[in-house]
Design a protein around this ligand. Structure first.
Ligand code: SF4
Ligand code: SF4
Length: 482
């Protein structure tokens, strides 16, 4: 007789019941009482169908246990001992892969000198001061980039402007948007625009332009004055809070055509997440706030260590609970990290690669070099071609061959891999000197956060399934224009 054994899943409780996160399929599966009892029994001791039926006979009849076993076998939560376990298939994307998002680095110059900046700080990979790349993208290069994007994209294209400080090159940004709109209409494609800025250069005519053109705006800001002014400083060392706060308020007042989000870089010195969230949403009025730990080598004083990750997780959990309570009563909550992860869980995202970089997303440097993503733009590391000559498919294909999740030994057996897939390439490059390594320094944090989001997902599936259904409607809307 062959024993039943557990396969790959993550078991969690939410809304008073058991749920399974099935790793190979990335599906969430609510368990009824008999199925949960069968699964627990298989986890505790390897036993045959018959032994299991006998062990549960005082609670469930033979047919009920048989149906539960069949169901768990079908979804591959359990299997028979001698059947080989399936490993992550090494399926490579079909080439050529359409480009959905192009991040245009319109300048690599900045009017701030943030201590932790990956472009100017101690961990930079591109020499933006003395290197060969131009400091500003010319209009000609920007327009060539638009032609490149529209040639490589499907029915919908996203154009994101980035820097340095993006608004230092506002004239080029402005003419690029006008050109892109016209060319997209001629090509029968949809295009939308977004940018990231430090907010120091916002002024009424720029705000008007952004609102009129429905440009999505993300503001890099670290929180209230004392947190913002720790690292986000001008070159003389003066803090930037008093410069940006009134400009942000003006932007939020006048730009109502798209929700405006804040993007916070967390460091070991600025980890008071609840306070940062309250300030940005309640005092300044941001619609959404997203947090990301600083990318840096571990020996920097501001790097987040193990204890910092624990603290960060505790605070993320507290804010995620608040998000849940708001959403259950159909109120908005702007903690975007949890919303983004819920959307991925709902859509059953299972990543062979950690992000879109090198797939549907590419970065373009000031000189028109095409790179893995915006953080590599201008570096010869992972250059994929140029906007004039197009993508070197061999280089792109080789990159995808070398970075597949199936080749990341620790990740292959990790239950959080459908959503993490080894983490950001740039972070790995800074930490370990290579993009091929998974970011094993933050696995505990990733698994803890994924577990929290799964629990929130389970709660919502019982208490406000309509909220989750919105992700389907958004997708249907997106597909309608594809
Ligand atoms: S980096 Fe860590 S958490 Fe992420 S998939 Fe790999 S092993 Fe899992
Ligand atoms: S590699 Fe990192 S920085 Fe680049 S797109 Fe992916 S997650 Fe973002």
């Amino acid at each position: 007789m062959i024993a039943l054994v557990p396969r790959e899943f993550h078991l969690f409780q939410a809304a008073g019941r058991d749920f399974l996160y099935l790793v190979p399929s990335a599906a969430v599966f609510g368990l009824d009482e008999p199925t949960a009892a069968v699964l627990r029994a298989v986890v505790e001791t390897r036993c045959t169908d018959e032994a299991l039926t006998a062990a549960l006979a005082d609670r469930f009849d033979v047919a009920t246990v048989g149906a539960a076993i069949a169901e768990l076998l079908q979804v591959r939560a359990i299997g028979y001992e001698q059947q080989p376990e399936e490993h992550t298939p090494r399926l490579l994307p079909m080439m050529p892969f359409p480009l959905t998002t192009m991040v245009l680095n319109v300048t690599n110059q900045c009017n701030l000198a943030c201590t932790y900046c990956y472009e100017y700080g101690e961990d930079k990979i591109v020499d933006t001061e003395n290197g060969k790349q131009s400091k500003f993208m010319t209009e000609a290069t920007a327009l060539e980039s638009v032609d490149f994007l529209l040639k490589e994209s499907g029915r919908v294209a996203h154009l994101t402007f980035f820097g340095g400080e993006t608004l230092l090159n506002f004239p080029v940004l402005k003419s690029t948007i006008a050109y892109a709109r016209r060319r997209a209409a001629e090509a029968g494609k949809e295009i939308d625009f977004s940018l990231t800025t430090n907010a120091t250069l916002l002024r009424p005519e720029i705000i008007e332009f952004l609102a009129e053109n429905r440009v999505g705006v993300t503001i890099s800001i670290d929180g209230p004055r004392e947190m913002q002014d720790k690292f986000r400083v001008f070159s003389g060392g003066a803090g930037s809070y008093d410069v940006v706060a009134p400009k942000i308020k003006e932007l939020l007042r006048r730009h109502r055509t798209r929700p405006i989000g804040a993007r916070v870089t967390l460091t070991s010195n600025t980890l008071d997440i609840t306070r940062i969230y309250r300030h940005l949403t309640e005092d300044l009025g941001f619609w959404e706030v997203g947090f990301a730990p600083v990318t840096t080598s571990p020996n920097r004083q501001y790097a987040i260590g193990d204890q910092g990750f624990d603290r960060m997780l505790d605070q993320f959990r507290a804010l995620a609970s608040e998000f849940l309570e708001h959403v259950v009563s159909n109120r908005h909550h702007g903690f975007s990290n949890v919303k983004d992860t819920l959307e991925e869980i709902h859509k059953g995202v299972s990543k062979a690669y950690p992000c879109g970089a090198g797939l549907g997303l590419l970065g373009v440097s000031t000189d028109g070099d095409v790179a893995l993503c915006h953080r590599f733009a201008g570096s010869d590391t992972h250059k994929f071609g140029t906007v004039r000559d197009g993508i070197d498919r061999q280089v792109q294909s080789a990159f995808l061959q070398q970075h597949h999740i199936a080749d990341k030994t620790d990740c292959r057996v990790c239950w959080a891999r459908p959503l993490c897939s080894g983490g950001c390439y740039h972070e790995a490059h800074v930490r370990y000197g290579t993009t091929t390594r998974p970011n094993l320094h933050y696995c505990e944090w990733i698994r803890g956060w994924t577990d929290t989001c799964l629990k929130i997902y389970g709660e919502l599936s019982e208490r406000n399934p309509d909220f989750l259904a919105r992700f389907d409607r958004d997708e249907a809307k997106a597909e309608a224009v594809l």
